[in-house]
Design a protein around this ligand. Structure first.
Ligand code: C2O
Ligand code: CU
Length: 506
C-alpha cells in the first residue's frame, strides 16, 4: 500500500482501479456547470409536502456531441434537488419505470427503518414484478435477495421523511442489494437539502451563490454509453462487478453535476459550495489553482450532517466517497478575469482536473461567515457500550470480496443491537482505504489512531474517510427510530462485494 497521497489512478493505491474510456475525451472547461433543478411538490396538504419522482432511462448529452443512456431520477443525472425545512413532513413517491429493481436511500437522513431503503426493500418495475419476485440469484447462491422477506413494492413506493434534524446537505441514491455500484454509476443520485432557522440567521452566501457540486467520475465508450464492469450488464441476475474491478471502479472523466470538467462564471464574491463526492470509489484532494491571494482556499462551514460549531480553513480538502464538505470560497481577492482551476491532487492528467471558475466581474456581497455557526453538544460517552468493526479484504472461492469483522453482508443477520437514545462508542479499523458510513444517526469523531481528530473530522459526520491501517473511535447516539439499519463501506464496489453490516436499534 502506497502513501496517503498521490497515484489515485494506479491500482496500487486506494484499492480501486481505473477503467479507461474507449472514446475520445472532450477538452476540459467547455461545458457550463449545470445546476440540478429544484423539485416542485405535487401537493401540500395536511401539513405534508408530496413529491413524485419517476425513475427512468433517458438519453442525455454528457460528452458534447454524443448521447448517453442513463438511469435517472426524473430521467436526469444528477436527479432533481429536494429542498426541505427542518421538521417538514415530506413524502416522496418514487415510481420505478426502469428495467431493474431499485431501492432509494436518503443518505444522512434520520429516517424510519421502513423508509430508509433497506437493500432488499425493492421497488419492482411493474412489468417485471413476477420475474423478480420469484427469481434472482445472489452471491454464493444461498439466498435470492428479491425473494426474501424484504418489504417489496410494485411499481412505486412512498418514502416518508420527517426531517427531525438540523440543516444539512443530504443526498439520495440507489441502494439495491449487490447492484448499488452499477445503478449509481448509471445516474441514480441527487441532492436533498435541509435548511433551518439557525442556518438562515447566519448570513452565508445564498441563492445563486449557494451551489451544490456533485463530483463523480465515469468512463465512456466510443458511442457515448457509460462503461461499467458489471458482472451482469443487464443488472438482472448476477450481482457485483467483474473480478478485476472488485476493489473499486475509477472513471477517467470527472463530472461535476453530471457535466465533464465544467466551467462556472463567478463574481468576485463569496460562494457557498456544498461539495459532495458521489463517486463510486474515487477520493479527491481538492485545491484551487491559483490559491486565493492572501487567503485560504476553502472555509468549511458544514460537514456531512450539518453546520460546524465554527468555520475550519483548509488549503486543500480531501473528500472520500459520500462525504460532504459545505464550504465557502471567496473569489473577491482574485483580479477580475482570473481563471481558477479546481484541481484534484490525487489524480493525474485529466483526473487531476475537476472544474474551472472564471472571475467575471466585481459585485456587491452582503454575505458573512460568522465565527460561531451552530451549537454542537459533545456526546457524553460515560458508560457507553463499545463495539469494534474491522473492514478488510477477504478472499472466498477464489474471488476478492470485502468483509466487516470477517463477515459478508446478510440482510437477515443483525450484527449489533444498540439501544434507542443511548450513546455508543464505535471503533472502525481498516486494512486499506474505506469510507465508512452509518445510517440513521451522525457521529462525532473522538480520535484517530489514538490521536485527536483531524481537521476534516469536525462536526457531525455520517461518513468517515479511513486510510490504510487506520482506526478511529466515534461517538454515536441512535435517535428517534427503532429497527434495522446499515453501516457499510461507501466504496460502492466494496459495499456490493459484501462490506456491509446490519444492526437493529432496540
Ligand atoms: Cu450513501 Cu448506505 O449509503
Ligand atoms: Cu471499502
Amino acid at each position: 500500500v502506497g502513501g496517503l497521497a498521490g497515484c489515485a489512478d494506479s491500482p496500487a493505491d486506494q484499492t480501486a482501479r481505473l477503467l479507461p474510456s474507449t472514446g475520445r475525451l472532450p477538452a476540459p472547461y467547455q461545458v457550463p456547470l449545470p445546476i440540478p433543478a429544484i423539485k416542485e411538490p405535487v401537493a401540500r396538504r395536511n401539513g405534508v409536502t408530496r413529491y413524485e419522482i419517476i425513475q427512468r432511462t433517458a438519453d442525455v448529452e454528457i460528452l458534447p456531441g454524443t448521447r448517453t443512456t442513463i438511469m435517472g431520477y426524473d430521467g436526469s443525472f444528477p436527479g432533481p434537488t429536494i429542498r426541505a425545512r427542518r421538521g417538514e413532513r415530506v413524502v416522496v413517491r418514487h415510481r420505478n419505470r426502469l428495467p431493474v429493481p431499485t431501492v432509494v436511500h436518503l443518505h444522512g437522513g434520520n429516517t424510519a427503518a421502513e423508509d430508509d431503503g433497506y437493500p432488499v426493500d425493492l421497488v419492482l418495475p411493474v412489468r417485471d414484478a413476477d420475474r423478480f419476485e420469484h427469481g434472482g440469484g445472489s452471491m454464493g447462491g444461498g439466498h435470492a435477495p428479491m425473494a426474501m422477506n424484504g418489504d417489496v413494492s410494485h411499481g412505486f413506493r412512498d418514502y416518508h421523511y420527517d426531517h427531525d434534524q438540523q440543516a444539512a446537505t443530504l443526498w439520495y441514491h440507489d441502494h439495491r442489494m449487490d447492484f448499488t455500484g452499477a445503478q449509481v454509476w448509471r445516474g441514480l443520485a441527487g441532492f436533498h437539502l435541509i435548511n433551518d432557522d439557525v442556518e438562515d440567521g447566519l448570513g452565508l452566501p445564498h441563492d445563486e451563490r449557494d451551489i451544490p457540486l456533485m463530483l463523480t467520475d465515469r468512463s465512456f465508450a466510443e458511442d457515448g454509453s457509460l462503461l461499467y464492469p458489471a458482472a451482469d450488464p443487464q443488472l438482472v441476475d448476477k450481482p457485483g462487478v467483474t473480478e478485476d474491478y472488485a476493489s473499486g471502479v475509477l472513471g477517467d472523466v470527472i463530472l461535476v453535476n453530471g457535466a465533464p470538467w465544467p466551467e462556472l462564471e463567478v463574481e468576485a464574491a463569496r460562494y457557498r459550495f456544498r461539495i459532495l463526492n458521489a463517486s463510486n470509489a474515487r477520493r479527491y484532494q481538492l485545491q484551487l489553482d491559483p490559491p486565493p491571494p492572501g487567503g485560504t482556499a476553502f472555509t468549511q462551514v458544514g460537514s456531512d450532517a450539518g453546520l460546524l460549531a465554527a468555520p475550519v480553513k483548509h488549503g486543500d480538502l480531501t473528500i472520500a466517497a459520500a462525504e460532504r464538505y459545505d464550504t465557502i470560497v471567496d473569489f473577491s481577492g482574485y483580479p477580475v478575469g482570473t481563471r481558477v482551476e479546481l484541481r484534484n491532487a490525487l489524480g493525474s492528467g485529466r483526473t487531476a482536473q475537476v472544474m474551472r471558475f472564471t472571475v467575471a466581474r466585481q459585485a456587491a456581497d452582503d454575505s458573512t461567515v460568522p465565527a460561531k455557526l451552530a451549537e454542537i453538544e459533545p456526546l457524553n460517552i460515560a458508560g457507553a457500550v463499545h463495539r469494534e468493526w474491522r473492514f478488510a479484504r477477504k478472499r472466498t472461492h477464489g474471488m476478492t470480496m470485502w468483509a466487516i469483522n470477517g463477515k459478508f453482508f446478510d440482510p437477515q443477520r443483525m450484527d449489533a443491537d444498540p439501544r434507542l437514545g443511548r450513546t455508543e462508542v464505535w471503533r472502525f479499523a481498516t486494512d486499506l482505504h474505506h469510507p465508512v458510513h452509518v445510517h440513521l444517526s451522525p457521529f462525532q469523531v473522538l480520535s484517530r489512531n489514538g490521536h485527536p481528530p483531524g481537521p476534516t473530522d469536525a462536526g457531525w459526520k455520517d461518513t468517515l474517510d479511513l486510510r490504510p491501517t487506520e482506526y478511529a473511535d466515534v461517538a454515536i447516539r441512535f435517535e428517534n427510530h427503532r429497527g434495522h439499519y446499515l453501516m457499510h463501506c461507501h466504496n460502492l464496489e466494496h459495499e456490493d462485494m459484501g462490506m456491509m453490516s446490519a444492526f437493529k436499534v432496540v
